[in-house]
Design a protein around this ligand. Structure first.
Ligand code: SAH
Ligand code: MG
Length: 212
């Protein structure tokens, strides 16, 4: 049977027990199964390493799948701060990240991401990689905060740029779709960024804050 491009690529890579454990825990806890797909998990690992590997920020932890992928690309003394609204999800993420061997690298901050982002700015924090993957309506604001929390060379990535096709459907005009379109357009045109939008899976917008 002919495989899809995504299936073909996924079966080249070896089985990943730590990520399989995350997926199983989402099922067991009745959590939404909306982790990044395997190909984007690998991309996040690569981006974390390319961006410098010292510090990362994630908006939307869920069960820790993308968090584990990011930690894999960080140095031994690297740090990930992960923002999550649900205390239960944050607990599951923490446990899965610990079981994958990265417990010492991660700080989960529970609450509205917009409030946590303001606190991070007050603390004068800067990050090498910032991954946006929470409520879609706030993506434009999350991107502004990401740029605020960046340094030259920071990589910013946003998952679900295509919203399962709704982004490019002219009949769709709900608040998430409008916000994602605004986010994509800002990624594409903001003079502070060099960006690309990858159309595989559900779309991933990736940009680097101009390093020079
Ligand atoms: N990045 C995860 C998937 C995140 S799913 C992974 O790939 O493994 C989106 C997450 O964002 C959910 O866990 C949801 O609870 C969280 N979320 C939604 N709205 C939020 C908000 N306003 N502030 C912080 N987190 C939020
Ligand atoms: Mg996502």
């Amino acid at each position: 049977m002919k495989l899809t491009a995504e299936q073909y690529i996924e079966q080249i890579f070896p089985h990943d027990a730590d990520l399989a454990r995350v997926t199983a825990s989402l099922k067991a806890n009745g959590m939404p199964e909306i982790s990044v797909p395997p190909g984007y998990g690998r991309l996040l690992t690569m981006l974390a390493a390319l961006a410098g590997g010292e510090s990362a920020l994630e908006i939307g932890a869920l069960g820790g799948y993308s968090g584990i992928c990011i930690c894999r690309g960080l140095r031994e003394n690297g740090k990930l701060i992960s923002l999550e609204l649900s205390p239960e999800f944050a607990e599951t993420a923490k446990q899965n990240i610990r079981e994958a061997g990265f417990g010492g690298m991660v700080e989960l901050r529970v609450g509205e991401a917009l409030a946590s982002l303001a606190a991070l700015a007050n603390e004068n924090q800067r990050f090498d990689l910032i991954f946006i993957d929470a409520d879609k309506g706030n993506y434009p604001l999350y991107l502004e905060w990401a740029i605020r929390l960046s340094h030259p060379g920071t990589v910013i990535a946003g998952d679900n740029a295509l919203l399962h096709g709704r982004t490019m459907d002219p009949e769709e005009d709900g608040p998430s779709v409008i916000a994602i379109r605004e986010f994509n357009e800002k990624m594409a045109t903001d003079p502070r960024l060099i960006s690309a939008i990858i159309p595989a899976y559900d779309g991933m917008a990736v940009g680097v804050v101009k390093p020079f």
